[in-house]
Ligand binder design. Structure first.
Ligand SMILES: NC(=O)C1=CN([C@@H]2O[C@H](COP(=O)(O)OP(=O)(O)OC[C@H]3O[C@@H](n4cnc5c(N)ncnc54)[C@H](OP(=O)(O)O)[C@@H]3O)[C@@H](O)[C@H]2O)C=CC1
Ligand SMILES: Cc1cn([C@H]2C[C@H](O)[C@@H](COP(=O)(O)OP(=O)(O)O[C@H]3O[C@@H](C)C(=O)[C@@H](O)[C@H]3O)O2)c(=O)[nH]c1=O
Ligand SMILES: [Mg+2]
Length: 306
């Protein structure tokens, strides 16, 4: 009889989603987080890794890959590294998971779409990434499907939280520094709290732990984003209006601008709202509205720091 506790192997440690996963998945059993700096299981996805021996050493019941190359603009300058981390390493991981018959949970992005849709994207709609990051993430999705591993690919978007590099933290910093901020108002999507992604992952894994056969039946892509939608300008406004009530900030105006007025190396989708019905119907998981989530994050930011 297997006397090991249920074990989740997380790839990623200090990333936005990885950090929250470490806490949320601890309710299921044992959690091992592997990243570049986590010994004895250090993993650098830019290098070749022996995932088969990592699996033999850690004996996980599931693998959750929250590690990725996420620098959207920088990826345009270093496409090989983005492809290495987001596609080739993912292929190697998925092949090892398939061989050991361990389910792989992986995250992908709204940036696999071109943004020309006018209503929320469903999982099976055609992809057409506009930049290197999106292309590399799509290649990762395809590698997982080709590996034959039992898997769930959870596509999320516009991830933010109290930690790590994200739009909320950038806006709060800029609002302290500048009298006027210009923010694009013609890109529409779903801001999604990193903790909600981790909690949803835990809710799904509880079901897979109870009934491991579910994964063969339900392997595939699922959209996992907050309810509601907004532009980056809407998101910035909601962030800064709350910040203004809590502290004195330099920012007086948040000016809505077009994408053309804010040139960036990578092209981003104009519309990337994701339809989450499949996840709700299959696993009974649906996230609250993004404004409600943002209120919770704001409440956490307002706590006095000890
Ligand atoms: N951020 C976003 O807005 C969105 C993210 N996603 C996807 O969600 C997932 C999680 O993203 P998020 O948490 O925001 O990412 P972060 O950028 O916050 O964290 C990236 C993670 O990847 C790890 N990592 C990066 N490079 C390497 C490497 N060479 N070797 C090993 N580990 C590495 C980091 O390791 P370490 O712990 O050591 O720092 C960190 O844990 C990714 O798949 C991403 O594509 C999808 C949609 C939106
Ligand atoms: C800082 C800043 C950005 N922007 C614009 C640029 C861009 O169109 C938009 C968001 O900029 P960011 O660079 O913060 O976001 P970006 O890195 O594009 O975020 C993406 O990250 C990857 C990892 C994903 O998977 C996506 O879902 C998405 O979250 O806001 C402004 O308009 N004004 C500003 O002052
Ligand atoms: Mg970014």
């Amino acid at each position: 009889m297997n006397t090991q506790p249920f074990t989740c192997l997380i790839l990623g440690d200090q990333g936005q989603v990885a950090y929250e996963l470490k806490r949320e998945l601890a309710t299921l059993g044992r959690v091992i987080a592997a990243s570049r700096s986590t010994l004895p299981v250090a993993i650098d996805l830019a290098q070749h890794n022996d995932f088969e021996s990592l699996i033999r050493q850690t004996k996980p019941n599931c693998i959750v890959n929250a590690a990725a190359y996420t620098a959207v603009d920088k990826a345009e300058q270093e496409p090989e590294l983005a492809m290495r981390i987001n596609a080739e390493a993912v292929a190697e991981l998925a092949q090892a998971a398939a061989k050991a018959n361990i389910p792989l949970i992986h995250y992908s992005t709204d940036y696999v779409f071109d943004g020309t849709a006018q209503q929320p994207y469903q999982e099976d709609q055609p992809t057409n990434p506009q930049g290197v990051y999106g292309q590399s993430k799509l290649a990762g999705e395809q590698a997982i499907a080709a590996s034959g591993a039992n898997h769930l690919i959870l596509r999320t978007s516009w991830v933010y939280g109290t930690r790590g590099g994200n739009f909320l933290r950038t806006m709060r910093r800029l609002a302290r520094e500048r009298e006027e901020l210009s923010v694009v108002a013609d890109q529409t999507g779903c801001p999604t709290w990193s903790r909600h992604i981790a909690q949803a992952t835990a809710q799904i894994l509880i079901q897979l732990k109870r009934d491991p056969s579910l994964i063969t039946e339900h392997s595939g892509i699922y959209h996992l984003v907050s309810s509601g939608q907004g532009s980056w300008h809407d998101f910035a406004t909601a962030i800064i209006e709350h910040q203004r009530q809590q502290e004195t900030i330099a920012c007086q105006r948040i000016v809505p601008i077009t994408t053309a007025q804010f040139p960036t190396p990578a092209k981003r989708p104009a519309y990337s709202v994701l339809n989450t019905d499949k996840l709700a119907e299959t696993f009974g998981v649906r996230l609250p509205d993004w404004r409600e989530a943002l209120s919770q994050v704001n409440a956490e930011l307002d706590q006095p720091h000890i």
